[in-house]
Design a protein around this ligand. Structure first.
Ligand code: ZN
Length: 366
């Protein structure tokens, strides 16, 4: 088999319970993918990440191409052995981070020329080079190279940016080398304009991808608009291919998007929050720095199965965060990723049992 497999096992309204098959295992969807930014899920060992239930993580082309370099990782056998992660990896195209981190960017029809935020060295990222880097990394799922449309922006600018991304999508598709268990996803753009989103989706479907992402959202447009764009886009995508809402989001965003037919998610929130003393629990978000936890012997979340909740009190976690101990980041990241994994597990169960309409997961009830 070339490409990746996707099978829909059950439906509840627009929501789907699915199974994604890759060169590095199968993944039950809807799924949340932790960020493995620079070849590591921050503050976590690969075993710890897998213990949360994660079977797919995200790697960042921009970070890895600059350091340690895609060719070096390829010579060391690819990103899976390099970071000792035996499960699936989706890599982004680098487009988003070139726009948010690099300096002196120059966008042309060819691609984006930029200077590294690390050492000022010059680089050119084109659709062809982005896809090549993702192949060198050994990605199970490659993302098409696109332009990150700024928000807010005039409709004309959004339209021109979307059209450029569609030409880059076609070049990305052509540059992709088909291999067993590996696939490439196209990315729908079009800002907050439903007609542009639909035109973008139609163009991508015409090119033909293994899966389809909805990009350029969760950048300040608000949840109602995010959901409206998902509603405008999802029906324009093929029923039998996975749909990935990029960079989203808060627990309630995930629940709402799953209800609208999205299968895959990634977000910096659970990992970043874990390093800033924020914990997601079934009773809402907690800030462990808060003095009200100083004498509390209770676990973070009595229903959670993670290592932080198994043996530690809120008082101890408060102490660790106040003392700047590395263990605080480790435990809270493990907890937050477990919370997100269990939220998705709960959503999958609810779809299988046809009771998604009544789904509630503590603080994640939308
Ligand atoms: Zn926990």
């Amino acid at each position: 088999m070339t490409g990746i497999g996707f099978e829909i096992l059950a439906r509840d309204g627009a929501a789907r319970l699915g199974r994604l098959s890759t060169a590095h295992g199968t993944i039950e969807t809807p799924v949340f993918m932790p960020l493995g930014t620079a070849g590591s899920v921050k503050a976590m060992t690969p075993d710890g990440v897998a213990a949360t239930g994660a079977r797919i993580i995200l790697g960042n082309t921009y970070h890895l191409m600059l350091r340690p370099g895609a060719e070096r990782i390829a010579a060391l056998g690819g990103l899976h052995p390099f970071m000792n992660w035996p499960h699936a990896i989706l890599t982004d195209s680098g487009g988003f981070q070139v726009m948010s981190l690099a300096s002196l960017r120059k966008i042309s029809e060819d691609g984006v020329e930029f200077r590294s935020h690390l050492d000022g060295s010059r680089h050119l990222l084109t659709p062809e080079r982005s896809v090549e880097i993702q192949r060198l990394l050994g990605a199970d799922i490659t993302m098409a190279f696109d332009e990150c449309t700024p928000y807010p922006a005039e409709r004309e600018a959004v339209e021109a940016s979307m059209e450029l991304s569609m030409r880059w999508a076609e070049r990305s598709r052509q540059a992709f080398v088909p291999r067993p268990g590996r696939g490439i996803f196209g990315i729908v753009q079009g800002g907050v304009h439903p007609d542009l989103r639909q035109r973008s989706a139609a163009r991508l479907v015409e090119i033909g991808f293994d899966g389809y992402a909805i990009g350029g959202l969760a950048i300040g447009e608000g949840q109602d608009t995010t959901f409206a764009m998902v509603e405008a886009t999802a029906p324009a995508l093929p029923e039998d291919r996975p749909r990935y809402l990029m960079g989203v989001g808060k627990p309630a965003d995930l629940v709402g998007a799953v209800r609208r037919g999205v299968d895959m998610f990634d977000c910096v929130l659970p990992t970043r929050s874990g390093r800033t003393a924020q914990a997601f629990t079934r009773e809402g978000t907690l800030n462990l720095r808060n003095a009200r936890h100083a004498d509390d012997p209770a676990p973070l979340d009595p229903e959670c199965r993670c290592p932080a909740c198994a043996g530690f009190s809120r008082a101890y976690l408060h102490h660790l965060t106040k003392s700047g101990e590395i263990l605080a980041s480790m435990l809270l990241t493990a907890h937050n990723l477990t919370y997100y994994a269990d939220l998705m597990l709960g959503l999958r169960k609810a779809i299988a049992e046809g009771r998604l309409a009544d789904f509630a997961f503590g603080g994640a009830a939308p």
